[in-house]
Design a protein around this ligand. Structure first.
Ligand code: F6P
Length: 346
């Protein structure tokens, strides 16, 4: 029996740990494992390579993905889906493990639904916005990177009496901003799902400074729309053009927000955009363990022929959920979590 593994969408720390765990468990059960290069593109363009024990050795702590990744969406290409099915059949594959976020797993769910495709999923994304699982792997590492950055910005902010705006990733949801902001003691956190206005953010900073604090840390998600008391909203993007999954390229809201804060409060303000640093490097121990557990579960789903399922974390247990349900809607930051953050504003 032969199983393919692919990693799609933005990379994140822990991908290699999943690949290793899937391959180790399948090898132990007599399966051959094939690496599909660059996400769905590998099945569209027939880019496959054998993944033997040697190939998956020594990769547990390594960031990125040994298979490469892409945001190729076969449903957006002429004959894309037919080519995926043909490559899969011609390579003699019996199963596919798709490791990805809402986009990659959305394709997997659709292929399973429409073509009875033998696929299982593993939830990956630093954004932590997949439903059906409490946490995706990669998120903990991103939060650690952001928290360390906020800690470092604190000391320089304090020395110079400055406001520091930190822009973090999170396309549709503010999980990274909320968690790293709580962990780093941010004074204001702005996220897409609970958009406080620029005026209110400035009022929090002014209130803090009137209490005798002469520096502030503001964390903003890249997907936050500049929101004004008038009701006006402005999305800041680097490029309005969308990718194959309909996403614009974010980046720049931190800059725009910093200018607003400096103008409205009179406090000197600087901005730091953490960008892809959040996705690079070694996974944290927590992400390595989570990725490993997900990988073993995905392999077990393959061995059991449980197609259309996704490994998930619920509480402290690894379970499986339907791919269709996991990708039906995004998991946003609930008000209760934002309230924890807000308790420390101003
Ligand atoms: O989905 C993960 C993510 O890191 C988002 O937080 C971010 O908006 C996007 O990917 C960036 O994508 P790219 O690597 O294509 O710039």
């Amino acid at each position: 029996m032969r199983a393919g593994i692919l990693t799609g969408g933005g990379d994140c720390p822990g991908l290699n740990a999943v690949i290793r765990a899937v391959a180790r468990r399948l090898h132990a059960n007599g399966w051959d494992v094939v690496g599909v290069r660059e996400g769905w593109r590998g099945l569209v363009e027939n880019k496959l390579e054998e993944l033997g024990p040697r190939e998956v050795s020594g990769i547990l702590p390594r960031g990125g993905t040994i298979l490469g990744t892409s945001r190729t969406n076969p449903y957006k290409l002429d004959d894309g889906v037919d080519r995926v099915l043909t490559t899969f059949r011609d390579a003699g594959l019996d199963a596919l493990v798709a490791i990805g976020g809402e986009d990659t797993l959305g394709v997997a769910a659709r292929l399973h639904e429409e073509h009875d495709f033998p696929v299982v999923g593993v939830p990956k994304t630093i954004d932590n916005d997949l439903s059906g699982t409490d946490y995706t792997f990669g998120f903990d590492t991103a939060v650690s990177v952001c928290t360390e950055a906020i800690d470092r910005l604190h000391t320089t902010a304090e020395s110079h009496n400055r406001v520091m705006v930190v822009e973090v990733m999170g396309r549709h949801t503010g999980w990274i901003a909320v968690m790293s902001g709580i962990a780093g003691g941010a004074d204001v956190i702005l996220i897409p799902e609970h958009p406080i206005s620029v005026e209110d953010a400035c009022a929090e900073i002014t209130r803090r400074h009137s209490r005798g604090k002469d520096f502030s840390i503001v964390v903003v998600s890249e997907g936050y729309e500049l929101t004004y008391a008038s009701g006006e909203r402005r999305q800041v993007t680097q490029e309005a053009a969308t990718d194959a999954f309909g996403h614009v390229r974010f980046g720049g809201v931190g800059d725009a927000l910093a200018r607003e804060i400096e103008e409205r409060t009179g406090y000197e303000t600087r901005v730091t955009v953490l960008g892809h640093v959040q996705r690079g490097g070694s996974p944290t121990p927590r992400d390595r363990v989570l990725a490993t557990r997900y990988g073993l579960k995905a392999a077990d789903l393959v061995l059991a022929g449980s197609w259309g399922r996704m490994a998930a974390l619920q509480g402290d247990s690894i379970v499986d959920v339907s791919l269709k349900e996991a990708t039906a809607e995004l998991k946003t930051v609930p008000p209760a979590w934002y309230d924890v953050a807000k308790a420390f504003f101003g």
